[in-house]
Ligand binder design. Sequence first.
Ligand code: UTP
Length: 298
Amino acid sequence: MTSQKKITKAVIPAAGLGTRFLPATKAMPKEMLPVVDRPAIQYVVSEAVSAGLSDVLMITGRSKRALEDHFDRVPALEQNLIEKGDEERLRLVHEATGLGDIHYVRQQDPKGLGHAVLCAKQHVGNQPFAVLLGDDLIDERDELLSTMIAVQEQTGGSVIALMEVEPENISAYGCADVSDVEDSDYVKVNRLVEKPSVEDAPSNLAVIGRYVLHPRVFEVLEHTEPGRGNEIQLTDALQELAAAEGEGSGVHAVIFRGRRYDTGDKLSYLQAIITLAIDHEEIGERLTPWLKDFAQTL
Ligand code: UTP
């Protein structure tokens, strides 16, 4: 049996092609698109570190330089800010470089999210680990990852996060058929389907970009055939684990009712920027009245 240590590793896949954001993502990963004043990926790394995951492995693809550079120190820039006495901006620059231990591995070919997770096998080893999608933001005021880690420690299998969506929107997501677990605030996953048609969807519970996985998922991913979109789907591997027996089997889910923004989709990306900018200490007070006036003109 796997002796379970405290979960400390986070895997952040950021190797997708980001075709929905072309041409902005032609030479830059979509995870580097700014959300107010930080690239989306910085929010995700901060969330992992805040949940106690001090060892972060980023799965990168083409044009990975921007990602690596963002979390690396830039001595000339720091020196320039020191000389100007601009302590506030220096603090902001240090925020990105002080996030701890970030490692990188290359996904040679973007063969799907399941394949991206499999690229983490060697780094992760034989312990449960978290996966945070680099284009999916969870508002830091709403707790999710630490709840999922606690559920994994309790159940021993894998844990996913689900969110209720309008039934007509379910085809954009992985979808779960679940049943209640007595006396607990999480549910058991019976079946998972990647992007079902509205008629075939077993529920309106959509899989969102946070996972806490048992390492048995690697064994399954090694033989998972390309599925929807000819990509190796993490959902397909999780479906197999949900139906399996023995150590590391079983999938449970936490139903998230907080704020989440998908920065890989144009509309949701703009909504994320506006929502976070309204609360931003530097611009929020000026943006809100402008936004109200602007809305009157529509
Ligand atoms: P998406 O499903 O959003 O795919 O990936 P995508 O290719 O990045 O974007 P579109 O659909 O072409 O616009 C979800 C997450 O999984 C990562 C992405 O970077 C994103 O964080 N991913 C996806 C990989 O790391 N590798 C892959 O092969 C596919």
